[in-house]
Write a protein that binds this ligand. Sequence first.
Ligand SMILES: Nc1nc2c(c(=O)[nH]1)N[C@H]1C(S)=C(S)[C@@H](COP(=O)(O)OP(=O)(O)OC[C@H]3O[C@@H](n4cnc5c(N)ncnc54)[C@H](O)[C@@H]3O)O[C@H]1N2
Ligand code: MOO
Length: 401
Amino acid sequence: MSWPEARRRAHEAGAAAALPVAEVPLESADGRTLARPLAPLTDLPAFRTSSVDGWAVRGPGPWRIVGRALAGAVSAPLPEAGTAVEIATGAMLPDGADAVLRVEESTRSADGLVEGRLRGTPEWRSPGEEARAGEELLPAGTPVDPAVIGLAASCGHDRLAVRRAPRAALLVFGDELLTAGPPGDGRVRDALGPAVPAWLRRYGCDIGPADFTGPVADTLPAHVDALRAALAGADLVCTTGGTMHGPVDHLHPALDALGAEYVVNTVAVRPGFPMLVARVSGADGRARFVAGLPGNPQSAIVALVSLVAPLLAGLQGRAQPELPAVTLAEPVPGRGESTHLALVRVDPRDNTARPVRHVGSAMLRGLALADGFAVIAPGAEGAPGDAVPLVPLPPRQGVVR
Ligand SMILES: Nc1nc2c(c(=O)[nH]1)N[C@H]1C(S)=C(S)[C@@H](COP(=O)(O)OP(=O)(O)OC[C@H]3O[C@@H](n4cnc5c(N)ncnc54)[C@H](O)[C@@H]3O)O[C@H]1N2
Ligand code: MOO
């Protein structure tokens, strides 16, 4: 399957199993996804609001002071031409006021009259200037961030309808893995167990220390048991390693034993081609997913950005993340009939991308210095000056706006 097609299928499968909607208080909505469009409950502003400190006046001056309008209350009307009230920034303009005179441009006479030259432009914000009641400001599917939370509050909302955060779990396969200390004597450190949950959290997942199991023993029954246990509580179970068909690679037989069906099973992409996504029907009838990340550590991250990110976007009711373009500053080789995901560093000053070094699929050194993967299409070579898509590493994933 081609890389674009695999991404499309992963997103589609997630969207078809979009997570339930819950109304949560604004302060709990950060990182979730709007399940309904955001619209103001009133016009914004809701009333004519003074934008300066000064005098709200009626008719031509000088004006007789008849009161005061402070922010936070309904202002009494100005009774007739030639009257004024002292007004604060943010206060409701009294009915009848036709201008506001800035305090620093006014003089106050001993007999209680105010004078000054009015500017020709309104010194207030008009109702509906920012938005009309009920107007769609943000569509469903928008990721909630502090800017959205602030806007929702100014629109009058106490709670937001959002998709529940995807619950994720991680199973690490491989008897050769050490969970502490330096590698040696044929054993390597598990570099994915500590890192993948942190990546998943950046994609909006709910995953804690109790959701990690590893290394799972290299036997088929241990794999089946671990998958079954993890699927009982998670919407998405990521696994690492065992995606091939070596003597102790049990992922495929375990998925078979669980009655899983493949959404994606190997992708024409380098590195990371043995990546997969499978669907399992939960006891409640809702779909759960297994994402098989290849064991080579960089390949696992390629699978994460290639398939898990679109799947999670779908589950959260978000659009497929759009990939920004970068301009290659140096040549990047193609990988024959496969899409090549090449780790690059992006210079934000001119949006140019340069490949980083140490990018073997077993290495993580290049990844730690990179901003994302430049996408070189099958059959193509990347030449300096070429504009190519970038798969950003989170948190700079494509955002729906
Ligand atoms: N005969 C073939 N063998 C392999 C091929 C192939 O095409 N034909 N492809 C290679 C590629 S490419 C990849 S990627 C791997 C994928 O294999 P698995 O997903 O089954 O992964 P493992 O065999 O379990 O491990 C591969 C490699 O990665 C190391 N590893 C695994 N997990 C971790 C971890 N959590 N932290 C650090 N390192 C890890 C493991 O020790 C192995 O060195 O298959 C190739 N083989
Ligand atoms: O596909 Mo492997 O993932 O190249 O290392």
